[in-house]
Ligand binder design. Structure first.
Ligand SMILES: C[S@@+](CC[C@H](N)C(=O)[O-])C[C@H]1O[C@@H](n2cnc3c(N)ncnc32)[C@H](O)[C@@H]1O
Length: 198
């Protein structure tokens, strides 16, 4: 598989992971609030809303790029009562709301460890008591990394399971509440930090 094909495949698998996650959360919650950080084109959102009763999911998207928001608003045009798009840098974002799920894919692997930890710590403050934060990060097992860097000039902080666990612990999360999942290609890892108390 060529590196760019694999990257597309990895992004597709990331979307599948997201959709499965929402479906499984909706089996536990009648309704839920989602904070989607760096939502980009929001194709994942459009597809999940197509598959569920839209009224069960209220989403806030925070995205720095106004063009991405415009594109996403068009794509998700049927669901604008359920999706709020905030055009803002996540480092400036604040909210009085709490969320059941905070999701971010395609962002934290641009951050060094210090920023990763700081932002995780701060954003977890927006979780409901039983909420969960899930962060996608490219894995060190990504066989296409060299090609991505040489031909795509695409430089990311690839991380392994232990590194992600370590970052979550440094962000103040109890070890018992952390898991790391991966998608079928093993190219994307998902750091899951649960707030559940019991
Ligand atoms: C690779 S895309 C990921 C899109 C989507 N989450 C996905 O999984 O396909 C990264 C997105 O992060 C946005 N972004 C980058 N830095 C950001 C920041 N500091 N605050 C908010 N959005 C940011 C970019 O504009 C871009 O749309």
């Amino acid at each position: 598989m060529q590196w760019n094909t694999a990257a597309v495949e990895a992004v597709r698998n990331r979307k599948q992971f997201f959709k499965k996650l929402i479906h499984s959360k909706l089996r536990e919650h009648k309704t839920m609030r989602l904070l989607n950080i760096a939502s980009g084109p929001a194709r994942d959102l459009k597809e999940i809303y197509d598959e569920i009763n839209p009224e069960r999911l209220q989403t806030t998207c925070v995205e720095m790029d106004a063009n991405a928001i415009e594109y996403a608003k068009n794509l998700c045009g049927n669901y604008l009562l359920q999706i709020e798009f905030i055009n803002q840098n996540i480092f400036k974002f604040s909210s009085n709301e709490k969320f059941d799920l905070i999701w971010s894919a395609g962002l934290f692997d641009y951050f060094n460890d210090k920023i990763f930890i700081q932002l995780t710590k701060r954003l977890r403050g927006y979780l409901n008591q039983n909420g969960e934060m899930v962060i996608g990060n490219f894995s060190r097992n990504n066989p296409h990394r060299t090609y991505m860097e040489i031909f795509g000039e695409w430089f990311l902080n690839h991380r392994n399971v232990d590194e992600l666990l370590g970052l979550a612990i440094q962000a103040g999360v109890d070890k018992s509440k952390i898991t790391v999942n991966e998608e079928p290609l093993g190219v994307n890892l998902f750091l899951r930090m649960n707030n559940q108390t019991a």
